[in-house]
Write a protein that binds this ligand. Structure first.
Ligand code: FAD
Length: 284
């Protein structure tokens, strides 16, 4: 089980990948995945996009990772876009495909979805979905957590209380939102421990390799951008290759420090980029 592996391995290495949006890109992704999996991560997680045209592709991609790349895979599922009957169908499919892990998420409101529809979802919070999964499936469950607090949470304390509920409902390990300052993560680890949350926590690292990524990812993730990263973008932003190399270097330094601090796992948000991911792995 991944949760046991996280407990007995000093620092695991895992990747996040996403189903591409178009059919052409989707066909091309299998080759990319092969290259991505070459450094033999301990597991790969595969995102789900409720509003996207690729919503149905998560299981297909996850199945390829499990059976062709022989790597344990976590299929993401969101409360948004999943009725109870859809969730049960999806879980049956996952179990049939031999996929043992899901990441249970609430999801965000897709731009095309009205507030009314978003607010009438059958599973309201990730913990509601986790309760259902525990009672009705044999899947092992991961959950998300936020070193800088979730953007909607009234306070850090309330976010941590709900995180604890998520773990008590059955999430056996957690993966963090991306962050750029390790001290933020170390403070979060302390607060998580103070709450009595003892499941392993993987640190989510996203290499920033182009300027556009920063606005888009940060808006969604609510992660703050430290001065050093800001300066890096000012210095290299105009030059694609220099920017990519600087982004790799920043992620490598972050990861080496996290490893030195004995974190449970490093989870790289790969953005489906094998070259950048391989360069990072080679240096850590
Ligand atoms: P929840 O745990 O449900 O929390 C959402 C908010 O509600 C928080 O503010 C929390 O404090 C609050 N809350 C929780 N329980 C309660 C309660 N009982 N009462 C009141 N408030 C409560 N999105 C996708 O669409 N697809 C993906 O594949 C995807 N993968 C992700 C992977 C990781 C590792 C992370 C960190 C995020 C991912 N996301 C993904 C984004 C995620 O869906 C959003 O961040 C979403 O806004 C919150 O999801 P959650 O599961 O953390 O929500």
């Amino acid at each position: 089980m991944i949760s046991d592996l996280l407990k007995r391995t000093k620092t695991t290495l895992s990747f996040e990948v996403s189903p591409p949006k178009t059919e052409d890109e989707f066909q091309a992704v299998f080759g990319k995945l092969e290259a991505l999996a070459a450094p033999q991560p301990n597991f790969i997680s595969c995102t789900y996009s409720a509003g996207g045209t690729n919503a149905g592709k998560t299981v297909e991609l996850a199945s390829y990772i499990q059976h062709h790349l022989h790597t344990d895979v976590i299929a993401h599922m969101t409360c948004v876009g999943f009725k109870q009957s859809d969730l049960q169908k999806n879980c049956t499919l996952l179990e049939k495909e031999g996929i043992r892990y899901v990441m249970a998420l609430r999801g965000d409101r897709p731009q095309t979805m009205k507030d009314e529809q978003f607010n009438s979802r059958e599973f309201f919070y990730a913990s509601d979905m986790i309760c259902y999964l525990k009672a009705n499936t044999s899947l092992h469950i991961a959950g998300a957590c936020y070193p800088e607090k979730h953007y909607e949470a009234a306070s850090f304390e309330s976010d941590l209380i709900h995180l604890k509920e998520k773990v008590e409902a059955g999430a056996s390990f957690l993966v963090t939102q991306l962050f750029f300052e390790n001290d933020t993560f170390y403070r979060f680890q302390e607060r998580v421990a103070d709450m009595g949350i003892t499941v392993p926590v993987c640190a989510g690292i996203m290499p920033i390799t182009n300027v556009k990524q920063i606005g888009k990812s940060m808006n969604l993730a609510g992660s703050s951008v430290p001065k050093e990263l800001e300066n890096m973008i000012i210095a290299y932003g105009e030059n694609k290759e220099d920017m990519r190399k600087a982004g790799v270097d920043y992620a490598v330094r972050q990861i080496l420090d996290l490893k030195e601090h004995g974190v449970d796992g490093i989870h790289i948000y790969t953005m489906n980029r094998p070259k950048t991911t391989a360069e990072i792995v080679a240096q850590i």
